[in-house]
Design a binder for this molecule. Structure first.
Ligand SMILES: Cc1cc2nc3c(=O)[nH]c(=O)nc-3n(C[C@H](O)[C@H](O)[C@H](O)COP(=O)(O)OP(=O)(O)OC[C@H]3O[C@@H](n4cnc5c(N)ncnc54)[C@H](O)[C@@H]3O)c2cc1C
Length: 818
């Protein structure tokens, strides 16, 4: 029977899995009630129906943990609110370590959980045995218990969310497939179905593993690929306690859940099986895939050893179902950069049930207000690059990402699949020099250079890794002589046209209306004063600028620039990253080296700090910019791609006399930490303002014309001191055994948690274990408050005395640069 679809809705959601239902529910909660949810088949018929239903709370950052906590709270109350059962049980979860390194990882996670306000405990083997007596404790080192973790029935929760959404006004149509998303003038304006067209202000793609193709049909890039995902369910076991916590044994790639007297055993195996490479069948619903005992057998063997009851219980169900995974193992949320008013919530990497509440909450707010309610950059769809949708790339990468859930989360861990995608013009030359590469958005970047017999591959550890001595050498050469960095991966845009200056000056908090040849360090702010981007703008001519930003925000920053360029402005932005490799030459001898090489006058008078000029190197013309991210005198050389190899050869030949050393991204990171140069995505985000981040010096309060975020900043500046402020930390312990700071560790002042670290590294030039982080006090963070406190940082469940200060630990006056 034909349905009577409405002609119009405020929001159309495509997909009736748990995520689509949650978005409809949360839109209703914030007053957007004219919502239509369209489901191709039946609610939950995609991936949701067969999920195991584990609901964990600890995630990799504070905000994501807050969202997971929110989801648990939502599930707890949903039955009462909607009258629909959800199967919610809160028996907690135990993660078990079988190695010392895993135990350190779990303890670091426990410190993070404590920092985020979760109930958590580090427990001994004996305590684990008390909670799960039927488990074999062979090889167990210890564990961590999160009492508020739980489990649900995913089908019931989805029905409850749908019921809640309906009661708030949403209309849900099953057996209604969206055949086309209608796009006009670069914006989504509605959808077509066999039963009619619905025009809408916003369209949301929440179509699970079908999302890639739907996005592709309108030029929206949604890289994901399905993998087969397995679990078994045992016959009933009388011995199984009904209050059994969920148990994870990541070293054996397994999780265990009690389900109506049976034991469910699921797997996150290291090498997964990609599925549906030719596209997912349009008619596919409630699908189960064939069992693959050969693939599951090693997991099952581990499980029988760990829970001997399984040996006799028998397997009632062997389940294999598809779920979508993404190249970086993080899901996608937000407005697509390619099409206005088209929102995305998909690619849930096997945590869609436990993420559904938070994702729905965030996306609903994003739709209503045009921006996310908190920093969710890690999930933002704008992090994606077009090549990541290439089927072969996605397929190869997801075979690795599924297993990452339970793999060791080593610091600096590098992807092992789909490598060698984007290479700089000097890739092979740096490889010949011993470069060991890391990967960022497909770019192969020298992270460190192997020397003195160190094997050119990573040997991971939570302490000092095998490249420590190599990075130490690089940093010392940089400090005493000079070093070069291949920074070709940094994104560059040419911004040109009569109105380019006006457009950029309105977006930038600093003044970019400067003389041609000047470089300006600036942030791009949102209306709330939060930092959307952190970059440099070089004025090349009256109507011509070059913007340089990091490799990660390449898509995002361009999207921000375009969204904030009005349709009638004469201003064109072009991404010129591919054509313009960049080699930075840094260190006290960089001036003499480059002067000799180019014949140019690079003195302070002729080439001051923060200026840019064209110079000649060999047969090439190169744009040199005097700026630094490592805190030394130095120049960034922007070289047209076809000249890069030649310039590099000349540089290396001339550099010998000056001790020019190749240096990697690890050294760059260690050095920027010593200088407390903020890193967007870690130390600064759309949630922090320049005043909180200590970047007030880059705000041009008195410049001509307005800039985005000025009003919010002005209000914040009315307070002399900020309740939240970025600080520099160093552990008192600077011995060879000093532990490393990474991120999200609790910072204590006089025994009370007052903040968290945002990043950490060893400072080779100052010989200290360093961190950056935010601390908070209502009265305002002042020098006195900092100096009068006793400071500690908690690492892996243990507190360490620390020094805290506002200025950097290396060359705080910047004398070496100037
Ligand atoms: C074996 C297994 C175990 C899992 N265990 C857990 C767990 O313990 N905890 C956890 O958090 N997660 C778990 N997951 C992951 C979880 O199931 C998914 O992340 C989640 O269900 C994704 O929900 P979704 O709404 O994004 O996608 P889906 O449930 O796939 O929903 C998308 C919907 O969109 C519809 N659709 C597609 N195209 C169209 C169109 N053109 N028009 C209209 N509708 C369309 C589909 O029919 C589908 O119903 C597990 C997954 C598997 C496979």
């Amino acid at each position: 029977m034909p349905k009577s679809l409405p002609n119009r809705a405020d929001v159309v959601i495509i997909g009736g899995g748990i995520v689509g239902a949650s978005i409809a529910y949360h839109l209703g909660k914030i007053g957007i009630t004219n919502t239509v949810l369209l489901e191709r088949k039946q609610l939950t018929s995609g991936t949701t129906w067969h999920a195991a239903g584990l609901v964990g709370q600890l995630r990799a950052s504070r905000n994501l943990t807050e969202l997971a906590k929110y989801t648990t709270g939502l599930f707890e109350g949903l039955e009462k609110e909607t009258g629909q059962a959800t199967g919610f049980k809160q028996n907690g979860s135990i993660s078990i370590a079988l190695t010392e390194s895993r135990m350190e990882e779990l303890k670091r996670g426990a410190s993070m959980a404590k920092n985020f306000g979760l109930a958590v405990d580090v427990i001994s083997t004996g305590e684990i045995k008390e909670r799960v007596p039927h488990y074999n404790m062979d090889g167990v080192v210890g564990g961590v218990f999160l009492p508020k973790d739980g489990q649900v029935n995913p089908i019931d929760v989805t029905q409850a969310l749908a019921a809640g959404a309906r009661s708030l006004g949403a209309r849900i149509f099953e057996n209604t497939k969206v055949t086309r998303i209608i796009v006009e003038k670069g914006a989504a304006v509605g959808v077509e179905t066999a039963d009619g067209t619905i025009m809408s202000d916003k369209v949301v793609i929440a179509a699970g593993m079908w999302s890639r193709e739907l996005g592709r049909s309108i030029g929206v890039n949604i890289p994901l690929h399905a993998c087969e995902h397995f679990y078994i369910v045992s016959e009933p076991m009388a011995e199984l306690p009904r209050n059994m916590p969920v148990v994870r044994v990541p070293d054996e790639c397994t999780y265990y859940k009690e389900d109506a007297g049976k034991l469910m055993v699921g797997a996150f195996e290291p090498k997964a099986k990609p599925w549906g490479g030719g596209g997912v069948d349009e008619e596919h619903a409630f699908v189960t895939l064939p069992e693959d005992m050969d693939h599951f057998e090693p997991i099952l063997a581990n499980a029988i050893n760990r829970v001997p009851l399984l040996e006799t219980a028998g397997i009632q169900l062997f389940f294999n179902g598809p779920e979508s995974f993404t190249p970086d193992n993080r899901y996608y949320l937000g407005e697509a950069p390619e099409v206005k008013n088209c929102y995305v919530a998909t690619g849930f990497n096997s945590i869609g049930i436990q993420s559904s509440g938070g994702a729905g909450l965030v996306l609903a707010s994003w739709i209503k207000n045009g921006h996310p309610p908190m920093d969710v950059n890690a999930m933002d769809i704008r992090r994606i690059h077009p090549f990541q949708s290439v089927r072969e790339y996605a397929r190869d990468r997801v075979s690795e990402t599924l297993g990452l859930l339970y793999a060791m989360h080593w610091p600096y861990r590098q992807a092992e699949t789909a490598r060698g995608v984007r290479r700089s013009a000097i890739y092979q030359a740096t490889k010949d020099l011993g470069a060991v590469f890391g990967e960022v958005n497909g770019w192969e970047r020298p992270n460190w250079y192997a020397r003195d017999g160190v094997k050119p591959e990573y040997d991971y550890d939570y302490g000092r890794q095998n490249w420590f001595a190599c990075a130490d050498f690089e940093a010392k050469q940089l400090m005493n002589n000079c070093a070069f960095f291949d920074q070709s991966s940094f994104a560059k845009y040419a911004v040109e046209g009569r109105d380019a200056c006006e457009v950029l000056n309105r977006i930038s908090a600093n003044n970019i209306d400067v003389e041609p040849g000047r470089m300006v360090y600036t942030q791009w702010l949102n209306e709330r004063g939060g930092i959307e981007a952190d970059l440099t703008v070089t004025r090349l001519a009256e109507d011509k600028f070059m913007v340089v930003t990091g490799a990660v925000p390449q898509t995002r920053d361009m999207a921000w620039l375009k969204r904030h360029t009005s349709g009638d402005a004469r201003c064109i932005a072009t991404d010129i990253t591919s054509g313009l490799p960049m080699i930075a030459v840094m260190g006290p001898k960089s001036r003499t080296l480059l002067q000799k090489l180019s014949g140019a006058d690079l003195s302070n008078a002729a080439f001051p700090f923060a200026t840019s000029q064209e110079i000649e190197i060999g047969y090439a013309r190169v744009r040199a910019g005097r700026i630094t991210y490592v805190g030394e005198l130095g120049w960034e050389l922007y070289i047209p791609a076809e000249f890069a190899a030649h310039v590099f050869e000349r540089l290396c030949a001339a550099g010998q006399e000056f001790g020019l050393t190749p240096a990697g991204m690890h050294t760059m990171n260690n050095c920027r930490m010593e200088k407390a140069y903020r890193h967007w995505g870690h130390d600064i985000s759309d949630e922090e303002t320049p005043l909180e981040a200590g970047l007030g010096f880059a705000v041009a309060w008195g410049k001509k014309g307005d800039f985005i975020g000025r009003e919010a900043l002005k209000q914040q500046r009315a307070r002399n001191t900020q309740p939240k402020r970025l600080v520099c930390l160093a552990l008192e312990n600077n011995s060879i055994n000093a532990p490393m700071i990474y991120h999200e560790e609790p910072i204590y002042r006089d025994g009370v948690i007052v903040g968290s670290t945002t990043s950490g590294a060893w400072g080779h030039r100052v010989n200290l274990s360093l961190g950056l982080g935010y601390v908070r006090t209502e009265a305002g963070v002042t020098k006195d408050w900092i100096e009068s406190g006793k400071w500690e940082v908690e690492l892996a469940w243990k507190r360490h005395a620390a020094k805290v200060q506002l200025q950097s630990f290396y060359d705080p006056k910047g004398e070496r640069i100037k």
